[in-house]
Design a protein around this ligand. Structure first.
Ligand SMILES: *Cc1c(COP(=O)(O)O)cnc(C)c1O
Length: 385
């Protein structure tokens, strides 16, 4: 039996995989089992922030691996404290909780919002408003938060206490929050799985003002948009707003499972001993890798991200076969005339790995993708339109 047959036999059928087996890589290049080379424009859905087998990240991870791979949160360990300090110093947030994935980070953020609302406003303020077309994860609660009905089918009943309001419609979100006694509003500043759509600046700022006035918590899901992806360290920074809680994951670990919840002034003491926990959360190896990632996301790197973003937008906008280019930083959606899945298939044949999001080709290359590789990949995508 070959690998593809064994995968089909033994792995649950939850993924429609592309027909390639990837075996190794370096930076933004990856190789399949036949030795064919691809330029990686997806970086494992925005996870490999500095590409594959990045030297600095690998050094940080292997050094920690040889010292202590895990001991549980019953004890103090250095890497998670270093990472939490770095996250707080770079964002101004006050405290961090570590978990292992985006959905888990959102679960913890939701739990915190519920407790804050119960303590500050009353237990009836458990509702959280999220946006139509959002994506917040695959657990029963984060599915309830996700504002896309097709993910909900056949998994009912989902966790109660979520209402969805249209993005960029401030009045609708305000009404939904007030009518439902919401304790929090949760947003992605750039909707990722929903089609790489940045929220409007006025909407996000108006929402932040409203939340502040009403003591409704502003929760920002930075699972995909965070850690340099948008051209800012966290995407909310592009909007000049101050969230009360931020969740993040994907790029944070640079390729190892790691999620984090960042608590602001209002919520830093909301969770107390025994309120939440995670066996693997704050794993020393993942955190050591994340420290090396976060230390490198500085102004110079963010300027590079913005420069490369500008290049992609100007190379694709107005190109025959392209209807629209959306997103921010190195989180880019391309609405193509040809179905996105077909464009992605042609790109793969020609040696470029891209993603899709709804009806768009989605690009999430490594933050440090070399300009020559980016240009080459964009050339191939253009040929595939
Ligand atoms: C990917 C993603 C999630 C879920 O993250 P997992 O690590 O797959 O659980 C949640 N929110 C957003 C915005 C995401 O892009």
């Amino acid at each position: 039996m070959n690998l593809k047959e064994a995968d089909k036999l033994y792995i649950a059928n939850t993924y429609a995989r592309f027909p390639v087996e990837l075996v190794s890589g370096k930076g933004s290049l990856v190789y399949d089992e036949t030795g064919k080379e691809y330029i990686d424009m997806g970086s494992g859905i925005g996870v490999n922030a500095f590409g594959i087998a990045d030297d600095q990240w690998q050094e940080a991870v292997t050094a920690q691996l040889g010292k202590l791979q895990h001991m549980s949160n019953l004890y103090f360990t250095e890497p998670c404290v270093k990472l939490a300090e770095l996250l707080c110093k770079k964002t101004g947030m006050k405290k961090v909780f570590f978990c292992n994935s985006g959905a888990e980070a959102n679960e913890g953020m939701i739990k915190t919002a519920r407790k804050y609302a119960a303590e500050h406003k009353g237990e009836e303020y458990f509702t959280i408003v999220t946006l139509v077309n959002s994506f917040h994860g695959r657990t029963i609660t984060t599915l309830a938060a996700t504002g896309q009905e097709h993910y909900h089918e056949l998994f009912q009943p989902l966790t109660p206490g979520f209402v969805h309001a249209p993005a960029n419609d401030l009045e609708a979100v305000k009404n939904a929050a007030l009518q439902n006694k919401a304790g929090a509003v949760m947003i992605e500043c750039i909707q990722g799985e929903g089609g790489v759509i940045a929220l409007e600046k006025d909407f996000v700022q108006g929402l932040a003002d409203f939340c502040k006035e009403e003591d409704i918590l502003l929760l920002v899901d930075e699972v995909q948009t965070g850690n340099g992806r948008s051209g800012a360290l966290y995407s909310y920074m592009n909007y000049n707003v101050q969230p009360d809680i931020v969740s993040t994951a994907k790029g944070l670990g640079g390729g190892l499972p790691l999620g984090a919840i960042l608590f602001g002034e209002k919520t830093e003491f909301t969770l107390g001993a025994g309120d939440h926990g995670s066996t693997f959360g704050g794993n020393p190896v993942s955190c050591a890798g994340a420290v090396s990632v976060l230390e490198r996301i500085d102004d110079a790197l963010l300027a590079e991200v913005k420069k490369k973003s500008k290049y992609v937008f100007s190379a694709m906008e107005g190109t025959p076969g392209v209807e629209a280019v959306t997103g921010m930083g190195l989180m880019i959606g391309i609405k193509t005339v040809r179905p996105a899945a077909e464009v992605v298939k042609t790109c793969m044949e020609k040696g470029v790995l891209c993603l899709t999001a709804k009806d768009k080709v989605r690009l999430l290359p490594a933050l440090n993708i070399p300009m020559e590789l980016l240009e080459k990949a964009i050339g191939i995508i253009k040929e595939s339109l």
